[in-house]
Design a protein around this ligand. Structure first.
Ligand SMILES: [Zn+2]
Length: 522
């Protein structure tokens, strides 16, 4: 009883303190900020979200049923915290569902190969296709290549260069003699150029060549898009319409290539199951905590929801997604009645050209013109390390001021650049920036993002650094809170952009570009 009384008294005291301090924003800020830090640190839900989204639902390729599942999962999550959320249809896409891929070498020896079908690859219609593997020939010109093309019929054609080494350069740097490292790099550069010429001489590009082979009745197109690290390939989309396109890991691709080159006539068996689902609607997931004083003004948290599907899309952009969701959860709990509306956008089809966010900008001019600030995160799992003013003349004033409330442990690792130059692309903040809205990128430490996780077959749960994510969610929640409470509406005045030395012309503010509303069908 005594204990309860004490507890009750504490609550009353705290709430009086809170109300009292509310008019003295300094201390009230401190109270809210401390509560945000506490909630984000002691009650983090990031691992649970990561498991549900990345392990259970998996990758979120545009137009796939998993993308829609993720949309529905996010809406349910928000609703469970009392945050209103909706899936907003903005376009249509080719519907495709990845199935299993089985790739085995059956001659001259048996080995299961590490590889997978590319996104949107045709399936093998329930059959296993066994055929010889041949190498794209080095021919004089497109006329000779056209004469050769019928030879592709019934064959799996290797269209990527055979990499001379499966070791990343940092590994050579550490162990090779300088002479041997230099020699390898020189030879590799020559080989890369020669392969480029080999493709060019066919008269096709890497985009049109698979189609030419496909229409000639090739059994399949085999590529290896090595990502310059141990065990990593980037897995993108197929261009074939009938035969499967598969990507094989460097090691097994090299094996197949060397056997074919030596005249051993290797044969592989391929079965890819995938499902065409016609034309399907695509959605952005939007959730918001309505503002109490200025509901028509918006603080926007932003991260694209879609991914490539060679793995789980954990760091591109599972981590950005989870950070924004966690920030929203914390905000709803600690700061449920914001001054301005706090809206989160989980955009679709960023990977095909920022389509979901561009569509939102087109569809909601009333929101875009009233954005107080937008914070986007989309470059992996790391702690936020840079924030640029994106060319806004006065961004230094409000961003620096908001950052003063962020704990030193987080803030001191962040380099700010003001006024900065507006980003023309790269991620969804650019869609808003082009429309003149103060949109910023919370740019993070790489953790070898470019080679090891970005669009690769290794972008999985285990690559997430949860301590960094917790820090990012806290940072985002504090920035959102500060932007929401700011007495003034943020300035959108643009700085005079620098002259480009090469052209002598002034850098132009990026132009708004139209969303592709129907895709994947040609
Ligand atoms: Zn991304």
């Amino acid at each position: 009883m005594r204990k309860f009384k004490l507890h009750f008294a504490t609550v009353v005291f705290l709430s009086i303190l809170y109300n009292y301090h509310y008019s003295y924003s300094q201390n009230s800020d401190s109270f809210i900020v401390q509560s945000i830090i506490k909630e984000g640190t002691n009650n983090s839900q990031l691992q649970t979200f990561a498991h549900e989204l990345l392990d259970v639902i998996g990758p979120r390729l545009t137009g796939s049923p998993q993308m829609k599942q993720a949309n529905d999962w996010a809406v349910a999550k928000y609703n469970s915290w009392g945050i209103s959320a909706r899936n907003e249809k903005w376009g249509e896409w080719r519907g495709w569902e990845r199935g299993t891929s089985h790739i085995d070498m059956v001659y001259p020896r048996v080995r299961t190969l590490e590889g997978t079908q590319s996104a949107w690859s045709p399936g093998t219609k329930g059959k296993t296709v066994t055929a010889e593997v041949i190498i794209l020939p080095d021919l004089k010109d497109s006329i000779v290549f056209k004469q050769w093309l019928p030879n592709a019929k019934g064959k799996f054609v290797l269209i990527s260069m055979n990499q001379p080494t499966g070791r990343p350069d940092y590994n050579w740097q550490e162990f090779a003699t300088k002479e041997s490292f230099d020699k390898m790099k020189k030879e590799r550069a020559e080989q890369t150029e020669a392969w480029r010429q080999r493709v060019r001489k066919t008269g096709y590009t890497l985009r049109t060549l698979p189609r030419a082979l496909d229409s000639m009745g090739a059994a399949g197109v085999v590529a290896s898009n090595w990502s310059q690290g141990f065990g990593v390939n980037k897995i993108f989309g197929a261009y074939t319409k009938k035969a499967p396109t598969i990507d094989i890991a460097l090691e097994d691709y090299g094996l197949s290539y060397r056997l074919a080159e030596a005249g051993d006539k290797p044969r592989i068996s391929v079965r890819t199951d995938s499902k065409e689902m016609g034309v399907v609607p695509v959605f952005n997931t939007i959730a918001e905590i309505r503002g109490t004083e200025k509901p028509e003004e918006y603080v926007v948290l932003s991260a694209h929801f879609d991914s490539w599907d060679g793995a789980s899309g954990a760091t591109d952009n599972g981590t950005g997604t989870l950070t924004m969701m966690e920030a929203m959860r914390i905000l709803k709990k600690i700061y449920p009645n914001p001054k301005r509306t706090i809206l989160v956008g989980h955009w679709a089809s960023e990977e095909q050209g920022l389509n979901g966010s561009r569509a939102f900008v087109e569809d909601h001019p009333e929101i875009v013109k009233n954005i107080q600030a937008l914070f986007n995160q989309d470059n992996g799992t790391g702690r936020v390390s840079t924030i640029s003013g994106q060319g806004f003349l006065n961004a230094y004033e409000y961003i620096s001021r908001w950052l003063t409330k962020v704990p030193d442990t987080i803030k001191n690792a962040i380099t700010t650049t003001f006024p900065g130059v507006p980003g023309g692309g790269g991620s969804d903040f650019a869609s808003f920036l082009a429309a003149g809205a103060p949109a910023f990128s919370l740019s993070s430490l790489s953790w070898s993002y470019g080679n090891y996780t970005w669009h690769t077959n290794r972008d999985t749960y285990d690559k997430i650094v949860f301590d960094d994510l917790r820090s990012n969610a806290i940072l985002t929640a504090i920035l959102a809170y500060m932007a929401s409470e700011d007495p003034a509406k943020t300035s959108r005045e643009k700085s005079i952009l620098p002259i480009i030395p090469r052209t002598g012309e002034r850098t132009k503010w990026p132009e708004q570009r139209k969303a592709k509303r129907k895709g994947g069908l040609d």
